[in-house]
Design a protein around this ligand. Structure first.
Ligand code: SAM
Ligand code: SF4
Length: 425
């Protein structure tokens, strides 16, 4: 049954604390997003829902940062499942040690978010003021994290580890985590997704620790644009980081690019030319509804089709004959090769049917999908004294229930409570 609660008139700098009773989402989340929503616009108010926790059991704060609402602001319980769930044990799950699901997929690739913090503020990822960062004691310690990674590799068949975030280079002890991961048997493939800030100094030590491959995110080659998109003037650091990674043998170094309408969508060709000339592999990622501000609009998103059309004005692209497997990127050979370009069309050409990923957040929650609306709490098991076997079995059951797809096109699609930066992209 739904419950509603009137919040009355709100005027900046009012803030309202929403209690855990409203767990699972409020209709207020639908219109009270910064810079968006008919009500906010009409009444000249800017309203901010603070942090992803605003949508969880923990409760959250709703702030009016500018102007005011005349009244009638109502928070309504949507009756959605709470974020953390007790993982049901399905007796029908076969006794298979791997991370299998009911659709026959097997997860072998573990994406690990090392922190939700970041030193950039990409506009499609988080607001200018950042987010309510995860309290340190909620984050897994290095020892806790290594225990989960060891269980994943030794007991669950994980063959690939990708460290991400937030910004993984901000995690103290990253090199130590990589070294310990590289010592596991069988030795997993280890990669990193980073924004490249500080990479120039660390590429060598990361390579020595055991990183095999690296993705650097860079959306533009123009300094001013970079500062606009990321809200920090750090393009030169990223370019230096890319070069250092290549010099350290972390190749092929991949560049991740998100194109945004009216901001950098005229740069598909120059970015690919830059990548080809410098020996990097460029991958375009369709913008997904995973930003903390909930500002994603399907009609605004630059589609894979548009990207290909733009690239074809300057390059001949032929499908890469290499087996795609569970890889998210569709790859194209550029002008006969050897260079290739990838397009990750998560929205317009979803690849959920071949997905081989499982995800671990910095606070020890397993997610079966970027878009999952439920999580399984392994940190509570770690801190509650559970055995490795118990944790492994819970992880198996969490993955067994993985949904067929992300459902972005479903009429009832709801963006996950955690933004990309707190899940790990
Ligand atoms: N901070 C690191 C970085 O930027 O590479 C790692 C984390 S970031 C969340 C991982 C990747 O997700 C980046 O390539 C970033 O561009 C991408 N990303 C972030 N928000 C996105 C969104 N809403 N849609 C598509 N990709 C997104
Ligand atoms: Fe930070 Fe990466 Fe998000 Fe940009 S995309 S704000 S670099 S976490």
């Amino acid at each position: 049954m739904r419950a509603s609660r009137g919040l009355g008139a709100l005027r900046a700098p009012d803030s309202v604390t929403l209690t855990p009773r409203l767990a699972g989402g409020w209709t207020i989340g639908e219109f009270a997003r910064e810079g968006r929503g008919a009500d906010a616009g009409r009444r000249g108010a800017t309203v901010r829902v603070c942090g992803w926790r605003a949508f969880s059991q923990i409760g959250g704060r709703l702030e009016v940062t500018h102007g005011g609402y005349g009244g009638g602001v109502t928070a309504s319980e949507l009756g959605l499942p709470a974020v953390r769930q007790a993982t049901p044990r399905d007796p029908a799950r076969p006794a298979d040690a791997r991370l299998i699901d009911t659709f026959g997929r097997v997860a072998t690739d573990l994406r690990i978010s090392l922190t939700d913090r970041c030193n950039l503020r990409c506009s499609y990822c988080m607001p200018a003021e950042g987010l309510d960062w995860m309290p340190r004691d909620e984050q897994l310690t290095d020892d806790e994290l290594m225990r989960l990674i060891e269980i994943a590799v030794r007991d669950l068949g994980i063959a690939e580890l990708r460290f991400t975030g937030g910004e993984p280079l901000l995690r103290k002890g990253l090199e130590g985590l990589v070294t310990a991961s590289a010592a596991l048997e069988p030795r997993p493939d280890i990669s990193l997704t980073t924004n490249g800030i500080g990479l120039a100094r660390r590429a060598e030590s990361l390579a020595s620790a055991g990183v095999n491959r690296l993705n650097v995110s860079m959306d533009t080659l123009l300094q001013e644009r970079f500062a606009t998109i990321t809200r920090r003037d750090r393009l030169s650091d990223v370019l230096e980081g890319l070069a250092a990674a290549r010099a350290a043998g972390l190749g092929p170094v991949k560049i991740n690019t998100v194109l945004l309408r009216g901001l950098n969508d005229d740069e598909a060709v120059p970015l690919l030319r830059f990548a080809v000339e410098n020996g990097y592999e460029l991958r375009f990622i369709e913008q997904m509804p995973l930003d903390a501000q909930h500002g994603w609009e399907r009609t605004e998103m630059i589609t894979a089709g548009e990207i290909m059309e733009s690239l074809r004005t300057a390059f001949t692209l032929t499908p890469d004959p290499a087996e795609r497997g569970g890889a998210p990127a569709e790859r194209w050979v550029v002008d006969g090769g050897p260079a290739v370009v990838g397009v990750i069309a998560s929205v317009t050409r979803p690849f959920c049917g071949a997905c081989d990923r499982t995800r671990l957040t910095a606070d020890g929650q397993v997610r079966s999908c970027l878009f999952a609306r439920t999580e399984t709490d392994l940190r509570a098991m770690l801190r509650g004294g559970c055995t490795d076997a118990e944790i492994a079995e819970t992880w198996r059951h969490a993955m067994w229930g993985k949904l067929a797809g992300h459902g972005i096109d479903d009429p009832g699609f709801l963006q996950p409570d955690r933004p990309m930066s707190a899940i790990g992209g």
